[in-house]
Ligand binder design. Sequence first.
Ligand SMILES: [Zn+2]
Ligand SMILES: [Zn+2]
Length: 225
Amino acid sequence: MTRGMADAVVVMLTMDDVIMLPVELEKPIPLPKKGRRVRHEDGRTWTQHYTRVLLDELLPPRVPKDAIVYVGVMLEDLYPDPKWNFVFGEATLEKRVGVYSLARFFPEQPSKKADPEAQRLGIRRSAALLAHETGHAFGIEHCTEYECVMNGSNSLEELDRQFQELCPVDLQKLAWNIGFDPHARYERLRTFYRREGLDDLARWLDRRIEQLDTGVTPDSADSAH
Ligand SMILES: [Zn+2]
Ligand SMILES: [Zn+2]
């Protein structure tokens, strides 16, 4: 297992904390030759896969009967249309399948030594992407009201500016759809963020949990422990 694949597995396993439903990992499946293209840019050469082939042909026949959503997570780059440069991910709600690439979050490092800061950033971006796309799969559209993980983003810069968590409106939508307790979800997510060194997110959840417990909004991040 490569370093990037190991990180992808970590992120996949956190999805049960995000959606409060069991997540099962399946064995890797080979990527089709159809729709594959090679890109050259700035002296780099890499492979991309066409999302339509994956969403229309590869994944639908494999959706388990008891699955709500069946998601392909890959470490090779994707494109959604021959005219586009790339896409982070795409979902087809009617077929309950989605496909997401972590290629741009965990680029292959020339040196063997993993950079912990780069790993943390990769985990953060991947968790945001998967939370966002899974939100779509549960019928939540792009959010334009609040800073929210359901805001649309088309570049790493936009993704990094984006807030990592669901806004109150979208949290309610997801909680209604799945039937979880937001407090329990926050506790589980906080444990994950602490473990992965995403302390700013853990502190934000400290405040939200305090708010739920007391009904009072803490003044500032300083009041968190
Ligand atoms: Zn979206
Ligand atoms: Zn929102």
